[in-house]
Design a binder for this molecule. Structure first.
Ligand SMILES: Nc1ccn([C@@H]2O[C@H](COP(=O)(O)OP(=O)(O)OP(=O)(O)O)[C@@H](O)[C@H]2O)c(=O)n1
Ligand SMILES: C[C@](O)(CO)[C@H](O)COP(=O)(O)O
Length: 255
């Protein structure tokens, strides 16, 4: 059994909106809905756990479980850091799950092909992360802004999600990180911290994390045609209505 955990409990500060960016509209529906629909189209994943901000758990749960085309979701409360949010999600994974995927709710352009790449490698080696080779020259900079060195570009990859692991391995890594007070910006770092090899598989340059308003413009352009075809089959109408409902419930005091 394969379970996907979607950390969605961030603040989206770099987006500069007055609300959590995962509810921001991208084309015809919220970012979070795009992400969940993409995973719902991939028949390799069995269960979804969405980690929402504590005050957003109830409305998100109600809206998600009434939407067409999205697999049934469990919604749990997140923490103050992404790592804590993932841990809270992990605590809710069912006993019959053997593989866990962690995917940023803020990466809506994920494809079934990349999800499959990650799952295939987890089945072989236990830990896999989607990533892409860097396309710019990277330099390490010292305190005074002077270049320290220029690492070999052929060895530099940008990490994405999904990141997938055997459940027991990811649990051990998170428990150890808590004991050691170790923080990583992704789940693979925690697995590296316990000394288990993590394999990199091909991601997709389009699989961006929506971080700033410019990313929304790029994502809109990528989705362009797809969004139009979805409107035709009527699914988007239900989702647009759900977006309005979600906005009204979650943001009525904050917009
Ligand atoms: N305490 C947190 C922080 C982040 N996330 C989630 O982790 C993903 C990646 O985080 P990031 O893009 O850094 O999101 P934010 O923390 O929302 O953004 P910012 O750093 O700009 O505030 C997002 O889907 C976000 O919702 C989470 O579940 N819990
Ligand atoms: C996990 C991650 O998506 C890998 O790129 C990323 O590290 C999380 O986002 P953040 O911007 O570093 O919080």
């Amino acid at each position: 059994m394969i379970t996907a955990i979607f950390p969605a409990a961030g603040k989206g500060r770099r987006m500069g909106a007055s609300f959590n960016k995962v509810f921001a509209a991208l084309s015809d529906k919220p970012i979070l809905i795009h992400t969940l629909l993409s995973f719902s189209r991939c028949n390799l994943v069995d269960n979804f756990i969405i980690v929402a901000a504590p005050g957003e758990v109830e409305p998100v749960s109600k809206v998600l479980n009434s939407l067409p085309g999205i697999k049934p979701c469990k919604v749990v409360a997140g923490g103050t850091e992404r790592q804590y949010s993932v841990y809270n999600g992990l605590m809710e994974v069912s006993a019959d799950t053997d593989i866990v995927l962690v995917h940023d709710a803020a990466r809506p352009l994920i494809t079934s092909g990349v999800i499959k790449n990650v799952i295939d490698e987890v089945k072989c080696s236990g830990a896999a992360v989607a990533a892409v080779p860097v396309t710019n020259t990277i330099k390490v900079i010292g305190d005074d802004n002077t270049v320290v060195n220029t690492p070999d570009r052929n060895k530099l990859w940008m990490m994405q999600t999904p990141q997938g692991f055997r459940k027991d391995l990811l649990l051990e890594a998170h428990e150890r990180a808590r004991l050691d007070k170790y923080f990583g910006t992704d789940d693979a770092s925690l697995v590296e911290h316990i000394g288990h090899p993590v394999r990199v598989v091909m991601g997709d340059y389009k699989n961006i994390k929506i971080t700033s308003p410019d990313d929304l413009i790029y994502a809109e352009a990528v989705l362009g045609k797809k969004a139009v075809s979805k409107v035709k089959n009527g699914v988007s109408v239900a989702i647009s209505n759900a977006l309005e409902e979600m906005k009204a419930k979650i943001f009525k005091t904050r917009i």
